[in-house]
Design a protein around this ligand. Sequence first.
Ligand SMILES: NC(=O)C1=CN([C@@H]2O[C@H](COP(=O)(O)OP(=O)(O)OC[C@H]3O[C@@H](n4cnc5c(N)ncnc54)[C@H](OP(=O)(O)O)[C@@H]3O)[C@@H](O)[C@H]2O)C=CC1
Ligand SMILES: O=C(O)[C@@H]1CCC=N1
Length: 269
Amino acid sequence: MTKTAIPPILLVGFGKMGGAMLAGWRERGLAPSVAVDPQLPLPPGPEVTVVADAAAIPADFAPAAVVLAVKPQNAAAVLPHYARYAGKAVMISIMAGRTIAGLRAVLGEQAAVVRAMPNTPAAVRQGITVGCAGPGVTAAQRALADTLLSAIGKVAWIDDEALIDAVTAISGGGPAYVFLLAELLEQAAIAQGIPADLARLMARQTVSGSGALLAASPEDAAALRRAVTSPKGTTERALAVLMAEDAWPALVPRAIAAATERSRELSGG
Ligand SMILES: NC(=O)C1=CN([C@@H]2O[C@H](COP(=O)(O)OP(=O)(O)OC[C@H]3O[C@@H](n4cnc5c(N)ncnc54)[C@H](OP(=O)(O)O)[C@@H]3O)[C@@H](O)[C@H]2O)C=CC1
Ligand SMILES: O=C(O)[C@@H]1CCC=N1
């Protein structure tokens, strides 16, 4: 018998993030669901009916949750087609920047909206999602959202919606910064004369192995960093470059501030 831990979902936008969430839900056991995307990507499996637009959703389909995973710039055009589910299903938006008030202005005041910010490790159920429940979200709806989001990784809830812009910058986009590090390590290895295949393996395994160690260890990140850094050794030399005042300690906060500001800009446009 198929395990269905996840109730029927209507997934609107089946791109990189929506697709990653769907992969996580399917692995967990997904009740028959519908995904809408004009791209009609590869059939994702028998439990998901893929349709090109809202008009093609079976009339009798009654989702427990509608997950809005289109680009924020498409929200104004796409959302009105889903207002008919508001008041019945909990509406879970993962769109960067789009506020609960802005979503309810389009979906109707009866819409129970959860604004959530996941990340792509959801595809392997290693994501982190931070959620914020809007007005009218019942305890049962919040519990349902928690079930859905827990199926793709860790979940935290906050009351102050304004913090979601910074969440977007840190954990929403964070995987990109980690993947950039893997790219740069690989390139630096090649520049030092290491064969490309080995450079790729070393970079990937160093990033994923460090992540696994961080996840498994009770130590904080700084302690794990110090454990690598032998006094007067090689790592110390590299960290002197990376931790210089104008290097990562300045660049990372600047990058996060830029992304946070962009999330705020996306609230309206
Ligand atoms: N990527 C990430 O790591 C994260 C993304 N997010 C948020 O998730 C959302 C999606 O991002 P992402 O997956 O990267 O973007 P994608 O462009 O990969 O996915 C969005 C998908 O929605 C499709 N789409 C466009 N119009 C409609 C429509 N009318 N109905 C249904 N689907 C439609 C797009 O098709 P087409 O290409 O033709 O437009 C595309 O396939 C964004 O709001 C983003 O802010 C949140 C956290 C992390
Ligand atoms: O780059 C973006 O706008 C989205 C939100 C967080 C990750 N990707």
